[in-house]
Design a protein around this ligand. Structure first.
Ligand SMILES: NC(=O)c1ccc[n+]([C@@H]2O[C@H](COP(=O)([O-])OP(=O)(O)OC[C@H]3O[C@@H](n4cnc5c(N)ncnc54)[C@H](O)[C@@H]3O)[C@@H](O)[C@H]2O)c1
Ligand SMILES: [Zn+2]
Length: 821
């Protein structure tokens, strides 16, 4: 039994903890615990407060909607309070909820409206005379932030609506979300720019809605599902009818809703979406059920925080057991090491899971992982599954604890760990391959040197084979083009474990080890085995060979040998991949011992590289079979295309070159400002702190990263080599000279697709003629050049502000460029 004194202390402690997590979740868009853990804390608080009502504080988190307003926006009061929802993870509690409803109404004559619970941020939109007048966040439930401008950039939020039965004034509520595809795209882009990744789509959506710059919001393709219509003059009295009205008026409603006549049907609905929901384009975390009839809703009423006529059933993150096969240590672009667990395949939350991120050494220690452990894997709101614990009963006797690596798996440099940081780093900035890759990818990026013929795969190949290690090397490739012919290109078929042991995809291995079977057929077979553990796949492949009737005896014999060799090699197992050394030992016909092969394959990135190192004399049949193992190779066409792109990049203007160098803290805009201000790299290099700080937007951090960059000899030598190759290290003459002052004092924006200018060109053109280019629609614009397909929201805003819009043709004739028309 809890004593009152204990209860009081516990209530205070829980309240503090919950407030802390609420603050992180709503203010900073991040989380330290899962929703399930959070909900358990809240439930514990509610139970204690029920038991000891004397300690229930009016501002307890059990009594308040979790969010608050921010300081950055104007606020507005909600006409109808915006509440939270009660939630549960169990069927029993759902049935108990249904009992309370029946008791409250005094009968069982009611229907539920069910739909999925979308994981995003709540928004309230007010329409007057069919026009969107205000968008407000939920805030503390009573007042929220006014974010109308941001919301207007979301494409399928209608600015105007028309329709039958539409009241003069109404409010719609919905959930703004970031589709998972958009989320992945943003993260891919951030990854390639070396920026930190967004944690999950919900946080990303919430952070975006509260951004200060609407044009950034517009770039993130947010979307919205509407789920509630409110008005004093509604013609309908059933929720499903109101939803149908919303659909008719053009609001985006998720097609997942249904009406259920009792809790049993609701449970069926919940079950039917349990797995199917993963096919939806957005994250969902449960089902919301609401009483369908408005009068009945009124009868049931509200508590301080939630309606009594609705509840959310939340799906528990699914958990499964799996075996830890090995750990791969990935080296990121900044040198940060991330351990990844390779697992035996398990079916979880609609997908087959074979890997889980372990984050860092602390996580491995916290879990107490031992080799070959059976672990619990969970997949919740986050996309990457995680290991939540170890099944100690299944630990093998004598299993050793996982020992974290102390050398970089890519370049063997001893790792470092800065104080207070969880991650280990490879300090080898200059020659660690993934770090070089990060810098070169930035250099060739379309917003930098724009060399799109140098994709990641090609760059990685060139780095791995020692042909490039910095941007200047790219411009030397032309001179060694004959050496590039035949280089192995794709790395996708390879994978490495703990200490740099190279593995190759099953498909390639099977293809090389057998005769008469096509790569496509083998690929198809492997695809069908995704959920099968490797040991079984090897057996199934023998059946596959028998069914194919192609060289059965010989092919099966090879696979039997493979199984034997895998067993003897004692190398860690990785699903879908086989150790290259074992495969090569079979293909080279025991010309060399397995041990020697394993040794040679350590720290090599391709079959090609291993063979170069071993220098075996192989017969032509062996060579042919090994060739089947290799990836695509560089061919003449690819090489020409690459060199062409590299040469074309020499025309990029100074500001792009400056951005491409990758000096820390110099983004695209800063590069532009610095290029304009200093005119050439030498002026920039010799500028002292005072001169740098005099430039608008330059602060101390930037000063020190610029000075740091130019103090390094290797950077100076790269610049001088690039200069020799003809890259622009000063601004172009034409950019310096004003072509005319026709546009002097004019503030101009161009929107939509133009026929005679690219985006950058129109900006340069306006500036070269004395005008100023503005990036967003605002009152201060003199006119807008309206191109094809100008964004509707921009257009509407411009119309509202009464800004003059002219066509591209009118603009050209104004500039006396009639020759272009
Ligand atoms: N992990 C953490 O640290 C942490 C911290 C705070 C809150 N949380 C999580 O946030 C949630 C609490 O937040 P809440 O108070 O916003 O409640 P809620 O998100 O659980 O429920 C209310 C909200 O659900 C949304 N919703 C989505 N689909 C809906 C639909 N079809 N119909 C009606 N509403 C729909 C609405 O925006 C509404 O405001 C809990 O699930 C909790 O686990 C987690
Ligand atoms: Zn390294």
């Amino acid at each position: 039994m809890t004593t009152p004194i204990e209860a009081q202390a516990k209530i205070a402690e829980l309240s503090k903890l919950i407030n802390h997590h609420n603050n992180l979740y709503y203010q900073e868009d991040r989380t330290e615990i899962t929703d399930f853990e959070f909900d358990k804390l809240l439930e514990e608080l509610i139970q204690l407060e029920k038991q000891f009502p004397e300690y229930l504080e009016p501002d307890s988190p059990s009594q308040r909607v979790g969010g608050t307003i921010t300081k950055e926006f104007e606020t507005a009061e909600h006409e109808y309070r915006m509440l939270s929802l009660g939630n549960t993870y169990s069927e029993e509690e759902l049935i108990a909820f249904d009992e309370r409803v029946a008791k409250g109404l005094g009968h069982r004559n009611y229907e539920y409206f069910c739909e999925l619970k979308f994981d995003g941020v709540a928004i309230s939109l007010v329409y007057e005379k069919g026009r969107l007048v205000r968008a407000v966040t939920r805030g503390d439930g009573t007042r929220g932030d006014v974010v109308t401008e941001n919301i207007k950039t979301i494409r399928n939020i209608p600015l105007h609506v028309k329709g039958k039965d539409m009241p003069d004034k109404f409010e719609v509520r919905g959930e703004i979300f970031l589709p998972r595809k958009e989320f992945d795209k943003i993260n891919q882009e951030r990854d390639s720019q070396g920026e930190p990744l967004l944690a999950n789509p919900r946080n990303a959506a919430s952070g975006t809605v509260k951004m200060q710059d609407s044009s950034v919001v517009a770039k993130r393709r947010l979307n919205c599902y509407f789920y509630q219509l409110l008005s004093d003059e509604l013609a309908v009295n059933q929720h499903d009818e109101a939803i149908r009205l919303l659909e008719k008026w053009g609001f985006n409603v998720s097609p997942t809703y249904t009406k259920c006549s009792g809790i049993k049907e609701v449970l069926g609905y919940i079950e039917s979406w349990k797995e199917k929901r993963f096919e939806l384009p957005l994250d969902t975390d449960g089902v919301v059920l609401k009483i369908n009839d408005n009068d009945q809703r009124e009868e049931l009423g509200f508590t301080a925080k939630i309606p009594r006529w609705a509840i959310a059933y939340k799906y528990k993150a699914e958990s499964a057991e799996s075996q830890l096969l090995s750990i791969t240590y990935q080296v990121g672009r900044t040198g940060a090491i991330t351990p990844v667990a390779n697992l035996s395949p398990v079916h979880l939350a609609g997908t087959t899971v074979k890997r889980a991120s372990l984050h860092n050494a602390n996580e491995i220690e916290r879990l107490g992982l031992h080799e070959g452990d059976t672990v619990f894997v969970e997949k919740g709101g986050e996309i990457i599954p995680k290991i939540t614990g170890v099944n100690l009963y299944k630990r093998k006797t004598g299993a050793l604890p996982i020992k974290y690596i102390d050398h970089c798996p890519e370049c063997s440099t001893p790792l470092e760990r800065k104080e207070g940081e969880a991650k280990h780093f490879c300090p080898n900035y200059v020659s660690c391959p993934p770090q070089i890759l990060g810098r070169i990818e930035h250099f060739v990026h379309k917003r930098a040197m724009d060399i799109d013929s140098l994709g990641t795969e090609r760059i990685r190949t060139l780095i791995d084979q020692g042909y490039i290690s910095n941007p200047a090397d790219i411009y030397e490739l032309e001179n060694i083009r004959d050496q590039l012919l035949g280089l192995e290109m794709s790395q996708d078929q390879y994978e490495k474990t703990d200490d740099g042991i190279l593995y190759i995809s099953l498909t390639k291995a099977f293809f090389a080890l057998t005769e008469g079977l096509s790569l496509t057929a083998i690929q198809k077979f492997c695809d069908s085995q995704i959920e099968t553990p490797l040991t079984e796949v090897l057996n199934n492949f023998q059946t596959f060979i028998r069914n194919s009737h192609k060289k059965v005896a010989q092919n099966v014999a090879t696979i039997l040998k493979l199984q034997e060799a895998l067993h003897q090699s004692n190398l860690p197992q990785m699903e879908d991949y086989l150790p290259v050394s074992v495969v090569l030992s079979l293909l080279t016909g025991n010309r060399i011992t397995l041990d020697k092969l394993i040794e040679a394959a350590r720290h090599q990135g391709t079959v090609h590289a291993i063979l170069l190192k071993l220098d075996l004399s192989l017969n032509s049949e062996q060579e042919e079979r090994i060739k089947k193992l290799k990836a695509n190779t560089f061919q003449e066409g690819v090489i020409s295309n690459m060199i062409e792109g590299i040469n074309a990049s020499k025309n990029q203007p100074f500001e792009k070159v400056l951005f491409a160098l990758g000096i820390r803290n110099i983004g695209e805009n800063t590069a532009q400002i610095l290029a304009k201000h200093f005119k050439n790299i030498d002026n920039l290099k010799s500028a002292d702190a005072e001169a740098l700080l005099a430039v608008n937007g330059v602060g101390d951090t930037l000063v020190s990263s610029i000075q740091d960059y130019f103090s390094k000899n290797e950077n100076l030598s790269i610049i001088s080599r690039l200069k020799e190759k003809g890259l622009h290290f000063e601004i172009h003459e034409a950019e310096k000279i004003l072509q005319s002052n026709t546009l002097e004092g004019k503030k101009i924006l161009a929107s939509g697709k133009l026929n005679h200018f690219k985006r950058d060109e129109i900006i340069d053109f306006i500036e070269a003629n004395g005008g100023q280019y503005l990036k967003a629609v605002s009152k201060s614009l003199d006119f807008i050049i309206e191109g094809e397909d100008m964004g509707p929201s921009k257009k509407e805003k411009a119309e509202k502000l009464g800004i003059k819009m002219i066509s591209e043709e009118e603009f050209l004739s104004m500039m006396s460029k009639t020759d272009l028309i």
